[in-house]
Design a binder for this molecule. Structure first.
Ligand SMILES: [Zn+2]
Ligand SMILES: [Zn+2]
Length: 371
């Protein structure tokens, strides 16, 4: 298909026609890429077109659509920037290991991955667990070709999805990867260890997209497009970073893979004065609209596994309420937690006083409306 030809006639085709062409090409690209993304290098050696070559047509189609979307025609299709609306969508909510099956069908079995949106700006993706696979497919059906990917840490449940995230195989896609590290080289090296031809057939240097790396440490805020982002050190074996994201006066925070900052019987959850580390968390979460918090355990499980680096709802609720959070989302469900058990947890916490508390559900979207 010659997209160049349709590019010249774009005014007569209209944006709907262009997007139809684009989606058709993307669908074909995805169908082929899905089966070949595993074996990009091997396929290339055998003379089979690599996934990135197959995507070139889709990218060309997309450029045509983007050019049209930026033209002063068809204003209804343009991303409307005005009053800011913060959107959070859950693509993976499970902790530790993907859990497909009949007992996790309703709440979801994919591991950590969130999409953060503000009107038409490039999205922030938080972690790249197995939920990132479906997110990547969705992103390729949209005109945008840029995103910010922030990793909390490198335990496998947060990176499983990266080699299956289609934007990384799409020429022209710009992906800004932020990694807890001390330098950009170290950040790149952490991903390269995973995409090295051993754990996955593709090597990082072979990716056809534009991937750049930034290191992040707890400290001053940094910018991801329109989003202002801050990082906080969490309490997890090997370390993990929480993120607070603000845009247009709205805010969300993502604190996953963290044990409580105080021991049982002390600090905020015990109804006492916060300990010093909790003070930092309270300041970080202050007045946040939505907080997504690791509550993999219940209180009893936590007391048995205090060194595993995960929290429980009573602790998350105490510290979030003390910080003035408006909506707490219980996240990183334990692999063995069935749909019925998450139902019971959602029911129990729905009547919590002083703050809305819900359980993260795969596919669910939370919207913080303009004020
Ligand atoms: Zn995890
Ligand atoms: Zn972890």
């Amino acid at each position: 298909m010659s997209i160049a030809a349709s590019d010249g006639k774009i005014g007569r085709m209209g944006v709907v026609g262009v997007l139809k062409v684009q989606r058709a090409v993307l669908r074909r690209c995805e169908q082929r890429t899905n089966s070949w993304e595993w074996t990009g290098r091997i396929a290339a050696r055998r003379g089979v077109p690599a996934a990135n070559e197959l995507c070139t047509g889709a990218w060309t189609a997309n450029k045509a659509a983007v050019r049209f979307a930026r033209a002063p025609l068809g204003a209804a299709s343009l991303p409307i920037r005005g009053k800011t609306k913060l959107e959070i969508r859950f693509w993976g909510v499970r902790g530790s290991i993907p859990t497909p099956g009949e007992h996790t069908r309703r709440w979801g079995g994919n591991t950590s991955c969130l999409e953060i949106r503000e009107n038409g700006a490039p999205p922030i993706v938080l972690d790249c667990g197995t939920g990132a696979r479906e997110l990547g497919r969705k992103l390729l059906s949209e005109p945008g070709r840029e995103l910010f990917l922030l990793f909390s840490h490198f335990h496998m449940d947060h990176v499983y999805g990266f080699p299956f995230f289609l934007p990384i195989y799409t020429p022209g896609y710009r992906i800004h990867v932020t990694v807890p590290a001390y330098s950009a080289d170290e950040a790149r090296e952490k991903i390269a260890r995973y995409l090295n031809g051993v754990y996955h057939p593709t090597r990082l240097r072979e990716l056809p997209s534009q991937v750049d790396f930034e290191a992040v440490r707890p400290g001053p805020a940094f910018q991801c497009g329109p989003f202002e982002v801050k990082a906080l050190a969490l309490n997890h074996p090997g370390g993990s970073l929480g993120y607070r994201i603000e845009v247009g006066g709205k805010s969300m925070a993502y604190l996953t893979d963290t044990a409580p900052f105080a021991r049982p019987g002390e600090g905020v959850a015990a109804g006492q004065q916060e300990i010093p580390r909790e003070s930092k968390v309270l300041a970080f979460l202050k007045d946040c609209d939505v907080v997504v918090y690791d509550t993999m355990f219940d209180e009893h499980e936590y007391l048995e596994k205090m060194t595993w680096g995960h929290s429980y709802p009573e602790y998350a609720a105490s510290i979030c309420r003390a910080a003035g959070v408006k909506h707490l989302v219980l996240f990183h469900h334990a692999p063995e937690r069935t749909d019925e058990e998450v139902d019971a947890r959602a029911e129990k916490w729905s009547s919590y006083e002083g703050m809305r508390v819900t359980c993260a559900k795969e596919g669910e979207r939370i919207v913080v409306e303009p004020r």
